[in-house]
Design a protein. Structure first.
Length: 164
């Protein structure tokens, strides 16, 4: 079962590399991170969504696989309806280290790593134990479960969040 997931993830990665136009990147210039987070927080507050911070880099195959899972036909509607996604580029582990620290992301455990913020900017979840670091070993359904767990409820808080 795990072997077949690896093969599927490898094929997705290869097909995305072939389909990805030259020069198109998932993770923007590291210098954009603060402005992107500020903009996402404004959008989230206006639309009552959560902010999903995805720390990674374009050189990271697992980061690309995670992004593909986030945007596939199963997860994209869930993502778009409940979250404002911000890709935070960590460079070669030499960029946005202060943001990773601020949001409790232990970059020494690898990327991709994710954090969830309330619409007011409060940290609700921070990856601690390499939950997404081997995204190629996950399935799309694993990402669906994560998104469902952390999406806002009608009252604006998920069942897992406290004092949001």
């Amino acid at each position: 079962m795990r072997f077949s997931r690896w093969i599927i993830a490898a094929l997705l990665l290869i097909s995305s590399a072939a389909a990805r136009p030259s020069g198109r990147n998932v993770y923007p210039d590291p210098a954009q991170a603060r402005a992107d987070i500020a903009s996402a927080l404004k959008t989230a507050a206006a639309s009552h969504k959560r902010v999903l911070l995805d720390f990674g880099a374009d050189w990271c195959g697992d980061c690309i696989v995670l992004d593909m899972y986030l945007h596939n036909e199963q997860n994209r509607p869930l993502l778009d309806a409940n979250f404002v996604l911000v890709h935070v580029n960590v460079g070669d582990y030499d960029a946005n280290l202060d943001l990773a620290k601020k949001y409790g992301i232990p970059l020494d455990k690898g990327v991709p790593a994710m954090a969830v913020l309330s619409e007011a900017g409060k940290l609700l979840y921070s990856q601690r134990n390499q939950e997404f670091e081997k995204a190629r070993m996950l399935s799309s359904s694993d990402i669906t479960r994560f998104l469902v767990q952390w999406k806002p409820s009608k009252g604006g808080c998920s069942m897992m969040a406290v004092n949001c």
